[in-house]
Write a protein that binds this ligand. Sequence first.
Ligand SMILES: NC(=O)c1ccc[n+]([C@@H]2O[C@H](COP(=O)([O-])OP(=O)(O)OC[C@H]3O[C@@H](n4cnc5c(N)ncnc54)[C@H](OP(=O)(O)O)[C@@H]3O)[C@@H](O)[C@H]2O)c1
Length: 323
Amino acid sequence: MKYRKLGRAGFEVSDIAHGLWGMSGWGGSDDRESLAALQMAVDLGCNFFDTAWAYGDGKSDGLLGKILSRNRGKRLYAASKIPPLNQKWPASPRDKYRDVFPSAHVFRHADLIRGKLGMESIDVLQFHVWDDSWTEEPEFRQTVEKLKKDGMIRSFGLSLNRWQPENGLRALRTGLVDVVQVIYNIFDQAPEDKLFPLCRELNIGIIARVPLDEGSLGGKMTLETSFPADDWRSRYFGPANLAKTLARVEKLKSVLPPSITLPQMALRFVLSNPTVSTTIIGMRKPDHVRQNIAVSDAGPLDVALLQELRNHRWDREPKRWSD
Ligand SMILES: NC(=O)c1ccc[n+]([C@@H]2O[C@H](COP(=O)([O-])OP(=O)(O)OC[C@H]3O[C@@H](n4cnc5c(N)ncnc54)[C@H](OP(=O)(O)O)[C@@H]3O)[C@@H](O)[C@H]2O)c1
């Protein structure tokens, strides 16, 4: 396993990391299998885990807390998120900051998360949504400064809305944000335009999420694929998106070198970018953990393939089904 610095947060984190949304927020998950997947990740050197209060109303923070307590001798890093009070994904400029992240709501959830994780100080606490129109709100600054001053968190982050990698650039310049979480994969390359250069300039850590495009880059989906109704992907991979996505996945398969699989190429694409600190992959199955962690040591893709993958960029607009 290779490790990279999480920007100014300063943590040495595994470049392959674990995302807990699926195991706590999607139907069809099995807690025993999920815990086995998490433990296998720890055993193979993964030390960074991304969770959120909204993933099962504390369930995901609780699962991670179990893993942290079973592995006390190891330095594992936990990133969690404060849910928006108004429960709206994504945030919009029409929402008022005070209706989304009022300080009492933030502190209450920071406490709840600390309790579930069994941690005095949360390594990375993120706001789960963001709109840059909130940047100058005095309450934003006061809240983040107090979280840090009181030792409730070690670093603060923003999780940017799906397909809006530039809706956060102003906030990054406030000096309050240490880490940013953004969708980045072979399709969603737009963070390279403005977000990544700014993060480099300000030494802000980058958590690249959804590296497999919610699973399409796992390469196993077909036009017949369907998900349980309580799995969010039943909406995401609905009629407006499934066929279009699979057509693009087929094009990618045609440029796949013989010795690597589609998920390996997808993860190596993300890690080929040295600005990325770590990528969080949803992995409920131990087999996926084993396969994905092996990618860390494989290193960057060759330059010609990276160049070819530039042609597979897919800029998308947020839609109701993508929330
Ligand atoms: N707003 C936000 O802040 C936000 C939104 C979305 C995601 N996230 C974070 O980002 C993490 C990652 O995103 P995600 O889980 O939504 O999507 P993802 O990582 O792009 O894809 C996860 C899917 O890929 C499958 N998979 C994993 N490894 C595979 C492999 N080697 N071959 C084939 N399929 C494979 C997983 O299967 P199994 O699960 O069955 O193993 C799961 O179905 C989340 O868990 C969460 O922590 C945050």
